[in-house]
Ligand binder design. Structure first.
Ligand SMILES: O=C(O)C(=O)C[C@H](O)[C@H](O)CO
Ligand SMILES: [Mg+2]
Length: 401
């Protein structure tokens, strides 16, 4: 069997997505997500101009060899563009292999380790009252785990707070700018979680994303101040380039820490995991080299009782979500999966077998990862350039968004 054709589909049904389709000479095909929010066309070009010519004629069943060929063979290793491109190839090849086997992907990975994948929803509001209400709505829908984000008094355009029905940080035109104040946020965050616990009790798992905005000692203070509200995790409390920083956070708080949505390889998280500086690893199928590499990360994490909590915002396409749900169904050290609902246009372009049931998601039983792309419909939504925002302090200093 040979790879006969491969091509990239860029579409924007509600937001931009990049998809790789690999077609074999026996007619079986697979699809992989290659979306890198705000930098989409760089991955599309990396695939079209540099990767696809190397794929034609290869045996699509040699997933490991193709992964190694693309990783080692480029000489230039790692990075979000490279690893998203490799991820797209890898996801499409696993899709093909599972279709050939006539099995849902989780079976090929080793079968079910659980009956359903616990997912967390995004409750966000402009203020405490609205966020508390949103949490209530998700509890009503059956979610067992809910991330709470709220507007902070005195700050406009805080990360995680929706302008419309669907939260989407990327905007058309040049990057939007917002002003950040750590002081205002640190005073406010414990009040938000106190209000959520007072209204909804200690039952639901609560999560919170700090989105890389604090220094290590500030993160320690935040974690300590949130301890009474027993968070499931505090996410990205500080940028993770300097991994020693997490030791300092650990010295001050037992609030669990989740990191990794911007990581691309096992090398980005090796020290954090081996030194037990985090509790959840948030790497995703699309940004960390596909199923093949995610397995390596999860196996390393398992040695240190670090569990998975994969990134699953709306800029990760339904194809990534489908592949992630098969992975989550198998992976022994699963923690939780992020789930942000896609808009109806996105769902229509990417027909999928996965579904939500009472707080859990199920990957479906169709052979492959169970997600396809309707190319005719996709062609109706041309690429729409958009950027992620940037944040500045009140004096204009560029900060972490
Ligand atoms: O979902 C999350 O936890 C995020 O932090 C979302 C990111 O900001 C988003 O995926 C960036 O494209
Ligand atoms: Mg995040």
């Amino acid at each position: 069997m040979k790879i006969q054709n491969a091509y990239v589909i860029v579409t924007s049904p509600g937001r931009n997505f990049v998809t790789l389709k690999i077609v074999t000479d026996e007619g079986v095909y697979g699809v992989g997500d290659a979306t890198l929010n705000g930098r989409e066309l760089s991955v599309a070009s990396y695939l079209t101009d540099h990767v696809i010519p190397c794929l034609i004629g290869r045996d699509p069943q040699q997933i490991e060899d193709i992964w190694q060929y693309l990783y080692k063979g480029a000489y230039w290793r790692r990075g979000p563009v490279t690893m998203s491109a490799i991820a797209a190839v890898d996801t499409a090849l696993w899709d093909i292999k599972a279709k050939l086997a006539g099995m849902p992907l989780y079976q090929l990975l080793g079968g079910k380790s659980r009956t359903g994948v616990m997912v967390y929803a995004h409750a966000n509001g402009r203020d405490v009252a609205e966020t508390v209400d949103r949490v209530g709505e998700y509890i009503e829908k059956g979610y067992k785990a809910i991330r709470a984000q709220s507007g902070v008094p005195g700050l406009s355009g805080v990360y995680g707070v929706a302008k419309g029905k669907f939260y989407e940080p990327a905007t058309k035109g040049l990057p939007e700018e917002s002003v950040w104040s750590t002081e205002a946020y640190l005073d406010f965050a414990p009040k938000l979680f106190e209000a959520v616990r007072v209204k909804h009790g200690m039952g639901p798992h609560l999560l919170h994303d700090v989105h890389h905005r604090l220094t290590p000692i500030e993160a320690g203070r935040l974690g300590k101040s949130l301890e009474p509200y027993r968070l499931f995790w505090m996410e990205d409390p500080t940028p993770a380039e300097n991994q020693e920083a997490f030791r300092l956070i650990r010295q001050h708080t037992v609030t669990p820490v989740a990191v990794g949505e911007v990581f691309n390889t096992i090398w980005d998280c090796k020290d954090l995991i081996q030194n037990q500086l985090i509790d959840y690893i948030r790497t995703s199928v699309v940004h960390a080299g596909g199923i093949t590499h995610m397995r390596r990360i999860a196996d390393l994490a398992a040695l240190y009782q670090v569990r998975t909590g994969s990134h699953g915002a709306t800029d990760l396409s339904p194809i990534c979500m489908g592949a992630a749900l098969h992975f989550d169904t198998w992976v022994p050290n699963f923690g939780v999966q992020e789930h942000m609902e896609h808009c109806p246009e996105t769902d229509e372009v990417f027909p999928h077998a996965y579904r939500f049931e009472d707080g859990y998601m199920l990957p479906g039983e169709v052979p492959g990862h169970g997600v396809d792309i309707d190319e005719t419909l996709a062609a109706k939504y041309p690429y729409n350039p958009a950027y992620l925002p940037v944040a500045r302090l009140a004096d204009g200093t560029l900060w972490n968004w």
